[in-house]
Design a protein. Sequence first.
Length: 378
Amino acid sequence: MRATYSGNSEPPAVYTVEEHHVAVYAGKDNQTIVKADRPKELLRNSILTPSLAASILNAKYVNGLPLYRISQEFLRNDIHISRQVTANWVIQCADRYLGPLYDYLHNRMYRFHVLQADETPVKVSKDGRPANSKSYMWVYRTGKGYKDTPIILYEYQKTRKADHPREFLKGFTGVVVCDGYSAYRKLDRETEAIVFAGCWTHARRYFADALKALPKKEHEAARDTVAYEAIKRIGAIYHLDNQLAGLKPDDRRKQRQINLKPLVEAFFAWVKEIQISGRLSKGKTLEGINYCINQEEALKVFLDDGEVPLDNNATEGALRSFCLHKHAWKLIDSIDGAKSSAIVYSITETAKANHLNPFRYLEHVLTVMKDHQEDTCK
C-alpha cells in the first residue's frame, strides 16, 4: 500500500536582464554606415520592459502596495529602482499606452443601456489647494446584469460637482443607477437622454443604522420600531426580485409589474403615512423616511425596466479595492499621479471583472501597444 502526498512550492521572484546587441557595419569607403533596427522600447533609454511595468502596476493597483514598498522589495534583490522612478514609469505608461485603451472602453461603454455610478473621496497632496482638501475618484461601470463583458472606469476629479458626470456621460442615452447625491439629481432635471435610477440599499441603510444605534436594553423591542418594519418591507421587495434573476429583461419587467409593483406602492404609501403622522421627530429613521419619499421616482425606475438592478452595490464593489488600498498609501502625490491611478485602476478592475489575470493582461497590453506606438499617436 502506498500513500501519496502533494504540496506546492513557490520559488522566489526571478529577475532577468535582457541584453540586446545591435550590429553596426561600415562600408569600405568609410562613408556608408548600416545599423540594424533596435527593439522597440516602452520608454526611450529606459530599462523598463512590459513584464517589469506589469509587475509594478500589479503590485500597486491590484495588491495595494505603495510605491516605496515596491522599491524596497527591489532593493532586497539588489535592484536599485527608486520610488520616484517607478512613479514616473507609472505615469508615462498610463498616459502613453493604457490611456488609449481607457478611451476605447469609455466609448464602448455607451453601447450599454444601463450604467452605474458612484464616487469616493481621495487626498492629493500637490493639487494647488490647502492640505487635506478632498478630491474624488468617480467610478462608472456597466450594469450589474451585463455579465459577458463588464467595463469599469475610474475618473479623478478635484471636486464632487455635477459638471464631472455631465461631461463623462456626454453622449450617453439610457439609465444610470446611483445614490441620491444632488449632483445626479441635478443632471436628471437637465437631461431627458438619461434616466437616473435610485438605490434601494442606500434607502435601507438609514433604517439599518437606526437599529444599530438602539441601546442593548431596547434590542428586544426593535421589532416594534418603524425602522424594523421598513427593513422588513424592503427585504420582501428584494426577496421577490431575486427570484426573477434568471429571467430575460422583458420577462423580468413584466413580473416586476405584476408581483413587485404592489409591494413598492404599499411601501411608499406606508412611509408617507409615517411622515404625516408625526411619530418621528428626529434620527436616522426619519432621515430614511424622508430619503425614500424624496427619491420615490428614482427608486421606482426598476419597475419599468428589466435591465435596471435594485441597487448600486455592484459599483460599490468596484470601488472596494481602491478604498482598501488608500488606507495603505494614504494620499496621491500629484494630479498626474491621480489621473494615472484612475486609468490603471480602470484597466485592472475591468480585467478582474472579466476573470482575467491582471498581471498577464497588463503585460499583454503593454507588449502589443509598445509595438504599435505610432498607431496610438494618430
